[in-house]
Write a protein that binds this ligand. Structure first.
Ligand code: ATP
Length: 595
């Protein structure tokens, strides 16, 4: 039984941490409740003996004779009242303990659910960035929003199963003490029922996995509908998208129906088998001439045992039915086989000389046929200088930023910071030296001020100063709530240019050693961009700046230019040397050849 509940137990251990010490309390409370229940039922024996008179008590021995002793010194009326009071007290106490156990298991369940969700968030935050390039967002969303709840439900089921298992063991002991022969028959019968049940519930694993993969697909479709609202409408794809969504939703329905129907067949089947067992015990006890009070006590005990056994079996089939969910949650929690976060324990130095890309080669993780993005690329970014990284679309400019920020690591070659390999530098410290404004970095759901500060202790004056530099202050001031304006999900209530200005202010407020602008102003109007370029020009020399842009005007303040093509550096030169050339001329190989 425990082996089949193993997925739940393993996750329980991982999720509970210190709460695991409460598990023995759950078991002990379950055991005491069952002892109280069994004792209460055993007291039926002297009660029935009083009702049936002398004849009914003949043939009582051992454990049943013990019960028969209760109140033996009293007259029948008093004895009856004492026994009834004892039974009522035992039932009351048992139910108080049962309630305490329910409260305790609910507490553990809540803690475990929270621990699972927290561990999932922790894993997502600590995992190496390449993981997100390979995994479907639908699958990750489904694990966090759906499967984690099923996993915590499975944990509650396992807790319930522990209580029921305790009750089953105790009630079986009582049965054994009343009549070992009849208990042997019951045990054999239970083993047969369990074998039938186990055979049927083993078939639940496959439909459970199908439910999980259908849910992953559906979550992906939901994300798409939420994110691609404009795309779908402008290309008139509502009907097709609806059909695709309905297909995914229907697949979840079908998979769920198959799983639930198979699960639903188990309780009626086991109830029939348990009833057959129950009747067989009654008939055989009668034919073996077992004394009446023992038959009644045995039958009542058996009757009380059955819900516990059935609950255990139901827990078994439920955990089997959730096996797909448990596998998904454990897969995400398991660090093995996933890209580790960047390592390095050397303190991040202040840049004094240069950042050097030394024969760096890189291709994105994924299939074996993935193209090489950077081929033995070498160039330098000088300290305190502004360097433009330019090249046609797909040349590898953003990839260089990804490598510099350590979102990904080079396959070959090294990035050197004043001669120190970047791979040995503490990534958190290193990232604190950088600030990135990029077209891909979203705003967070909050106010404009929160977006500029984003987790940093920033005064209002500092945020305002950064907003002025990013040409954002003017439009923010015109908003009814100013810096307290909510930007909406991913900044939906702002224009693209406004979003970029806030993102730029967020980078500038950090006053970083190294400022990286990756197409950070491409959605802005010419005037705003020109003003920002002017600001950057005035501040040039104070910090190292890396600018990626297809606009000649944006890179006009730069000291150096690195021209990329086909994953290689075609040229690195002072910007003044090529200042007379247009972007197209800069991109052209033959022009580059002349430099
Ligand atoms: N996550 C990814 N997985 C696989 N390949 C990728 C990934 N991101 C980018 N690439 C590939 O890497 C190459 C370089 O992309 P990169 O984004 O660095 O180009 P870029 O020079 O910044 O282009 P653009 O000017 O269009 O922004 C492209 O061929 C692109 O298809």
């Amino acid at each position: 039984m425990l082996k089949l509940l193993l997925p739940g137990l393993q996750l329980l251990r991982q999720a509970l941490g210190r709460q695991i010490r409460l598990m023995p309390v759950v078991v002990i409370l379950g055991l005491i409740s069952a002892v109280l229940e069994g004792t209460g039922i055993g007291l039926i024996i002297p009660m029935l003996s009083i009702i049936g008179g002398e004849k009914a008590s003949t043939g009582l021995s051992g454990f049943s004779a013990l019960f028969q002793q209760v109140g033996s010194g009293l007259d029948d009326r008093q004895r009856m009242m004492v026994i009834a009071a004892c039974i009522l007290a035992l039932i009351t106490l048992k139910n108080i303990l049962a309630f305490a156990n329910t409260a305790l298991t609910n507490f553990i369940h809540g803690k475990a659910g929270h621990a699972i969700r927290s561990a999932l968030a922790d894993r997502l935050l600590k995992i190496g960035y390449p993981f997100f390039l390979q995994q479907s967002p639908g699958r990750l969303l489904n694990i966090i929003s759906n499967e984690s709840w099923r996993a915590s439900d499975a944990i509650q089921t396992v807790l319930g199963a522990m209580v029921n298992a305790s009750a089953t063991v105790i009630l079986l002991d009582f049965l054994l003490l009343l009549s070992w022969q009849m208990t042997l028959c019951v045990a054999l019968g239970l083993i047969l029922v369990q074998a039938a049940h186990a055979g049927l519930s083993a078939g639940l694993k496959m439909p459970s996995r199908t439910v999980t993969s259908s849910n992953n697909e559906l979550a992906g479709r939901m994300l798409h509908l939420v994110h691609a609202g404009r795309l779908i409408r402008i290309f008139g794809q509502e009907k097709r998208e609806k059909a695709v969504f309905d297909g995914a939703s229907n697949a979840v329905r079908k998979a769920g129906f198959i799983l639930q129907t198979r699960q639903g067949a188990l309780p009626p089947l086991t109830e029939v088998l348990h009833s057959a067992l129950f009747l067989a015990v009654v008939v055989s006890a009668w034919s073996f001439d077992v004394s009446f009070p023992i038959i009644v006590a045995f039958v009542v005990l058996l009757y009380r045992l059955q819900p516990h056994v059935r609950a255990l079996q139901q827990a078994w089939s439920q955990v089997q039915g959730w096996s797909g969910s448990l596998e998904e949650v454990r897969w995400l929690l398991d660090a093995s086989g996933k890209p580790p976060p960047p390592a390095g324990d050397l303190p991040a130095p202040r840049l004094n000389r240069e950042i050097k890309f030394d024969k760096v080669s890189f291709r994105y993780p994924g299939s074996a046929a993935r193209p090489v993005v950077l081929r033995s690329t070498s160039f330098e970014i000088g300290h305190g200088r502004s360097t433009a990284l330019i090249g046609r679309s797909g040349a590898g400019k953003t990839t260089i930023v990804n490598l510099l920020c350590r979102f990904v690591e080079p396959d070959e070659g090294e990035i050197l910071i004043d001669g120190l390999p970047l791979s040995r530098i503490d990534p958190t410290q290193w990232r604190n030296r950088l600030a990135l404004a990029s077209q891909d970095l979203e705003l967070v759901d909050g106010t404009i001020f929160e977006n500029i500060a984003y987790g940093q202790h920033t005064s209002h004056a500092e945020a305002e100063e950064a907003a002025r530099l990013a040409e954002a202050h003017e439009f923010i001031e015109k908003l009814p709530d100013g810096y307290a304006t909510l930007v909406g999900y991913r900044g939906a209530s702002l224009s693209a240019g406004q979003r970029q200005r806030i993102a730029l202010a967020r980078a500038l407020v950090r006053d970083p050693d190294i400022l990286i602008l990756d197409e950070a102003t491409n959605a802005m109007d010419g005037l705003s961009e020109a003003a920002i370029v002017e600001t950057l020009k005035l501040r040039a020399g104070r910090r190292t700046t890396i600018v990626i842009s297809h606009h000649r005007s944006t890179i006009s303040f730069c000291d150096d230019v690195v021209i990329l093509s086909g994953g290689r550096v075609r040229n690195q030169t002072a910007f003044a040397e090529v200042a007379s050339l247009s972007m197209d001329q800069l991109y052209e190989d033959e022009v580059l050849g002349k430099q």
